[in-house]
Write a protein that binds this ligand. Structure first.
Ligand code: MN
Length: 205
């Protein structure tokens, strides 16, 4: 298990074929205002790759974009809506097809309103991750050891979570509904970017 650190792009050929777990760290929660600082990516085999972008980056990153835009590679996220918008806005690619562990959790764990990654890892996998660095400054020239560990841990468990959530979606008969939601997520992110961030366009009023 190694955390690999890269500047401005992913090296070629570092990921095994198949689904990849993806997460982003930004300067804040407003995608248009708060720049994309780090993209984390893992093939689920035990290593995590962190790609850091400098202030003023041109976000060229051809290798990273090729993986994110690859239609044959499923991308696993926790709260895909946010990451898809950041990736769309800064890297200019739609990082689909999508699986979202938060959406899946909402569809099967109806007995709770706690759908954070830390809670999912605790309940479904019996693990523990720290969220202490969540609100730290991701824009500096150096990432601290604690920040690297945190960033890597955000993609480390998504493959395992998907397995368990898929079992529960089957059990509850909600696999198709989940897939329809996952397929809609890039469009939900596009609505966020186009000016409907907090509006439910399906609502009556
Ligand atoms: Mn994260």
């Amino acid at each position: 298990m190694t955390v690999h650190f890269h500047e401005e792009d992913l090296p070629e050929g570092v990921l095994a074929p198949g689904p990849v777990a993806v997460d982003t760290e930004t300067m804040g929660l407003h995608t248009l205002r708060d720049r994309l600082c780090v993209v984390q990516i893992s093939d689920g085999k035990g290593d995590e790759h962190l790609v850091r972008f400098n202030p003023g980056s041109d976000y060229a990153a051809p290798n990273l974009k090729a993986v994110l835009a690859d239609p044959s590679r499923l991308k696993l996220y926790h709260f895909a809506r946010f990451d898809l918008a950041a990736i769309q806005h800064y890297l200019g690619v739609v990082a689909a097809p999508v699986y979202c562990t938060k959406t899946a959790s909402r569809l099967v764990r109806t007995y709770t309103d706690r759908h954070g990654l830390k809670e999912l890892v605790r309940e479904l996998l019996g693990g523990d991750i720290s969220k202490a660095q969540q609100s730290s400054d991701w824009g500096g020239p150096e990432l601290s050891e604690a920040q690297r560990d945190y960033a890597a841990s955000d993609v480390r468990f998504l493959h395992q979570l998907r397995e368990e959530l898929d079992r529960r979606l089957v059990r509850e008969g909600r696999t198709e509904l989940a897939q329809a939601c996952f397929d809609f997520l890039p469009h939900r992110a596009a609505l966020d970017l186009a000016g409907w961030p907090e509006v439910d366009i399906f609502a009556h009023v």
